[in-house]
Design a binder for this molecule. Structure first.
Ligand code: SIN
Length: 530
């Protein structure tokens, strides 16, 4: 059994920021299931929304966030994240991150991008590779810390709690079982401060802008030990994912629309004006639904994002990554419109926490996309998530450093026991189930929902979960099996949450209840196994 003062699971912006902050105060393990940089953060293109300009104000950023959140944001959390943001951004810049600047009458200023739902330009960015730059900056700094062990190719299997071990006292998190993928062995990790920073669950859907790691591991693990899970029905679909047979999960940043890109249907019409006065820059839920309706109405496979009215120099300078990637697929975005479709992008709900990342289970924290702090409500404002990751990671670090509690006596945790049958023929079942979940979630639990489709999804998922459980206890565990188990759990949580919200609000839109119903539903959907 290994022991650490702090254990962080996940290596995106939230996990790494937390690890860097606590490194001075004790031993830290950062567990990550692929390479350190294989995270959602590294794929973020748009940037970080933060008030830095004289033309902007905290009040406006708060208001925009509350409007996007459709009545479900926790205003105190919104104010905290917005007002503490600039200090966290300064720290990031001190680590060497350089956001893009521009010349304004002879002096340099931050070049601020604009995205849907923002009333001002306020998105700090590094061209269109902001997340990659942030990830590299934080990882570089982390590798300098002697107190931090970065455990790549290690996957958390299950949390260990006092209740699971049969202790009579108050339940708390005591550790985690971790699969060392290379050795194929499960190790036991003991810690009084376990921080889940595992990101979201885009892979639960057939089409997503997320990388392969986004399999909902944190939510599924927390659920299994009785943590509260909130607002999982609010899955954000990004309106513009590249539509191309060979392109897997490639996002076309909202910043393209922020710089004047226009959505057109297969007849070349600027159709968004028919759906919302804000046109192509309306909030994401509205744009994604409008595209879905246009595609269904016309029978076309996609719509098109047109920025050809901007100069090729501007496009190549501002969006080098998107430009080059599209070109590789034979699309020159300076000359032709980009074919796009909506795809699952962000989990607005998650493990319910306070604004310091604390869950209802002592010793267990959740930060970043895996958590539901109350910032996003029913619909996340674009580029607010990296900011939340920084701010809440800082607050969680302060809270964890302050905690002197935790059990004083040495607790010995039991070793992992695993079935060891490995039948290669059965591997096909894992892949089949994986595909089935993603397809059924896309078809039945997508942008527009109905009770009937949700019930169908629910029934099918229960069967799949039964099959997967059987596998799990009999077979030698692997990353594929663990991810499948987590995906199935998270899919069921999304469906159960969606079924319990009998109204339409923000990202949850159902034909059976098309109106928002404040009297009954102006609150979070909270599920808990306990
Ligand atoms: C984008 O670049 O469009 C993504 C930004 C975000 O999801 O916040």
């Amino acid at each position: 059994m290994k022991e650490y003062d702090f254990v962080v699971i996940g290596s995106g912006i939230a996990g790494l920021s937390f690890a860097l902050k606590v490194a001075k105060y004790g031993s830290v393990a950062v567990i990550t299931k692929r390479k350190g940089a294989d995270t959602n953060t590294a794929w973020a293109q748009g940037g970080i929304a933060c008030v830095t300009s004289d033309e902007d104000s905290f009040e406006l950023h708060v208001r925009d966030t509350l409007v996007a959140g459709a009545g479900l944001c926790d205003e105190a959390v919104v104010r905290t994240v917005v007002t503490e943001g600039p200090e966290r951004i300064r720290e990031l810049m001190e680590l060497g991150l350089q956001f893009d600047e521009r010349d304004v009458s002879g002096h340099r200023e931050l070049d601020l991008g604009r995205e849907g739902g923002h009333s001002k330009r306020r998105v700090l960015h590094v061209q269109d590779v902001t997340g990659k730059e942030i990830e590299e900056t934080l990882l570089r700094e982390l590798r300098r810390q002697s107190e931090v062990e970065l455990l790549e190719n290690h996957m958390a299997v299950d949390l260990i709690t006092a209740a699971k071990l049969g202790f009579a006292a108050e339940d708390r998190c005591l550790g985690v079982y971790m699969l060392d993928e290379k050795k194929g062995e499960v190790e036991t990790i003991r810690s009084d401060r376990i921080v889940l920073a595992t990101g979201g669950c885009g892979k639960v859907y057939l089409y997503t802008t997320n990388p392969d790691i986004a399999t909902g591991d944190g939510v599924a693990m927390a659920w299994r030990v009785g943590a509260e899970i909130a607002n999982m029905e609010f899955i954000q679909f990004h309106p513009t994912c590249l539509f191309h047979a060979q392109a897997k999960s490639f996002l076309i940043s909202e910043a393209v629309r922020g710089e004047g890109g226009i959505l057109r249907n297969n007849r070349g019409e600027d159709f968004m004006k028919r759906y919302d006065a804000r046109g192509s820059l309306a909030p994401r839920d509205i744009v994604a639904r409008a595209i879905d309706a246009e595609i269904k109405r016309s029978g076309a496979k996609c719509v098109f994002l047109d920025i050809t009215h901007k100069s090729p120099e501007f496009i190549r300078e501002r969006f080098p990554h998107i430009y080059e990637t599209c070109l590789r697929f034979g699309i020159d975005m300076s000359k032709q419109a980009i074919p796009v479709v909506p795809a699952a992008h962000y989990q607005c709900g998650g493990i319910k926490t306070d604004m310091n990342g604390a869950t209802n289970l002592p010793g267990l924290y959740a930060i970043g996309e895996v958590a539901c702090t109350g910032l996003h409500g029913a619909n996340r404002l674009a580029s607010n998530s990296l900011l939340e990751g920084l701010v809440v990671a800082h607050r969680a670090a302060v809270a964890c450093i302050d905690i002197r509690s935790g059990s004083k006596q040495r607790i010995s945790l039991p070793e992992w026991k695993s079935g060891d049958v490995q039948d290669v023929d059965e591997m096909v079942v894992i892949y089949h189930n994986w595909d089935e979940i993603r397809r059924l979630m896309w078809d039945y639990v997508g942008i527009v929902r109905t009770d009937k489709r949700l019930q169908r999804a629910s029934a099918r998922l229960r069967n799949l979960q039964r099959e997967i459980r059987e596998f799990y206890w009999n077979f030698k565990i692997s990353v594929d099996l663990l991810e499948l188990r987590n995906l199935a759990t998270v899919a069921a949580l999304i469906v159960d949450s969606a079924l319990s919200r009998k109204e339409s609000r923000g990202l949850h839109y159902t034909l059976d209840y098309p109106e928002t119903e404040d009297r009954q539903f102006k609150g979070e959907t909270v599920l808990s196994r306990g």
